[in-house]
Design a protein around this ligand. Structure first.
Ligand code: NAD
Length: 416
């Protein structure tokens, strides 16, 4: 049976509400979505046919500031997935204490089946359809699965053309030439690295001697694979949607990145040294640090018992279900939760937004320094709460994030 990610979200809220003793009105508030918009996006395909796609933009909460969250283009995108992703963004921004709320969006489409011109028309028309509910002080989209800097550039251009002036702050993750920030593309991977480095230090583990397995080899998975490989770690296996590739002696990540950057799948990688494995096998292969960096609901009650690692570092959003969380906790596996582990992306997106509004740009050294500072502050806070109250890292992170949102609701009160 398919797991509904928004049901997972609500269960996570119940778990933390019980730990915190939150009152039921606040719980009711937190489980609701502020605004969701479903749009039809008609485009003319290159062969002249009309095709209509479905698109979504959801704002879970703007009580702490404008909505912030990525746009996903995938055939699996649906309203409940987007609602879940938007809610996780609320917690993530709150955990980092950014003055932003949580939002997310996407289009139900397989972008690999579109030409570049079709992809551009789809993106521009989608922007027009959601134009009234996005903007620098309303809701600021960014890249997520299958969307990139070029797509953000088209959104910025479409939005600006309609508004009659250039407004770079409407999206983040843009190319640096048009108001993007240096360091944004690698920010999520960099953030994962800062967090795992800090966590290994706490556990007295030497990061370089940890054996790593990564599911997902796109922006997040590819970047963290490359950082860890170049730091001297052994990356035993990586995967994409086509399947995984495994070598108990370690893979050459630079060569694999060269391959996938040509648009090729890992399963087609031509060599006779590595073994091809499925995503399911990859997740249950023995290693020290497992990094799910593809999508939600990958570690569930069905396979959690098979997981053989010391630490799970969540690169993807929502890769572990609450049932799996409990099993992993009982097994003594540390799970560094998504809202902390992969928060580097939204952190540098926030820097990009600040730079756009101020029209003053920072260098990479400042970006990475401030990124590390903000992430480690959040990490230390989560680690301390988790130790003090004997909570999992996820529940600890949630208590911090949720309490800030609850406080904002209480201070603002209910209008009218
Ligand atoms: P991406 O499109 O760059 O890469 C996704 C990767 O996952 C690809 O290798 C793809 O082949 C693989 N994949 C897709 N479906 C899969 C499946 N069913 N099984 C196995 N592999 C699959 O996307 P990304 O930006 O790297 O995002 C990956 C995850 O990280 C998502 O959960 C996203 O929400 C999350 N995330 C991304 C960012 C960011 O800045 N891009 C920030 C925070 C969190």
């Amino acid at each position: 049976m398919e797991i509904n990610p928004f049901e997972v979200v609500k269960k996570q809220i119940d778990i933390v509400a019980e730990v915190m003793g939150l009152n039921s009105s606040i719980v009711q508030f937190l489980k609701r979505i502020e605004r969701s918009l479903i749009v039809s996006i008609p485009i003319l395909m290159d062969d002249g046919r009309l095709k209509i796609f479905e698109g979504f933009r959801v704002q879970h909460s703007t009580v702490r500031g404008p909505g912030k969250g990525g746009l996903r283009y995938a055939p699996s995108v649906n309203i409940d997935e987007v609602k879940a992703l938007a809610t996780w963004m609320t917690w993530k921004c709150s955990l980092l204490n950014l003055p932003l709320g949580g939002a997310k969006g996407g289009i139900c489409v397989d972008p690999k089946k579109l030409s570049k011109r079709e992809l551009e028309r789809l993106t521009r028309r989608f922007t027009a359809e959601i134009i009234n509910i996005i903007g620098p002080d309303i809701d600021i989209p960014a890249p997520d699965m299958n969307t990139d800097a070029q797509i953000m550039a088209w959104i910025m251009d479409s939005y600006s053309s309609q508004k009659g002036r250039t407004i770079p702050g409407v999206v983040t993750g843009k190319p640096v030439e048009i108001g993007g920030s240096v360091g944004r593309e690698s920010a999520t991977g960099m953030g994962l690295y800062y967090i795992i480095e800090a966590f290994c230090e706490k556990l007295n583990l030497d990061l370089k001697s940890q054996r790593i397995i990564i599911q997902g080899f796109g922006n997040v998975g590819g970047t963290i694979a490359s950082i860890l490989y170049n730091q001297g770690c052994k990356v035993l296996a990586v995967s994409d949607i086509s399947g995984g590739i495994y070598n108990p002696n370690g893979l050459n990540i630079n060569k694999l990145l060269e391959w996938t950057q040509k648009g090729k799948y890992l399963k087609d990688y031509e060599d006779n040294v590595n073994e091809i494995i499925s995503n399911a096998v990859l997740l249950s292969t023995e290693c020290d640090i497992l990094i799910p960096a593809a999508m939600e609901n990958q570690i569930t009650h069905i396979n959690a018992n098979e997981i053989k690692c010391k630490i799970i570092l969540e690169g993807a959003n929502g890769p572990t279900t609450p049932e799996a969380d409990q099993i992993l906790f009982n097994k003594g596996i540390h799970v560094i939760p998504d809202i902390l582990a992969n928060a580097g992306g939204v952190c540098v997106s926030y820097f990009e937004y600040v730079q756009d509004i101020r029209a003053y740009f920072w260098d990479l050294e400042r970006i990475n320094r401030e990124l590390k500072r903000i992430l480690l502050e959040a990490f230390n806070e989560v680690y301390e709460v988790s130790n003090k109250k004997s909570l999992s890292l996820r529940t600890a992170a949630y208590t911090i994030a949720v309490s800030r949102v609850a406080k904002a609701i209480e201070l603002r009160g209910i209008f009218p």
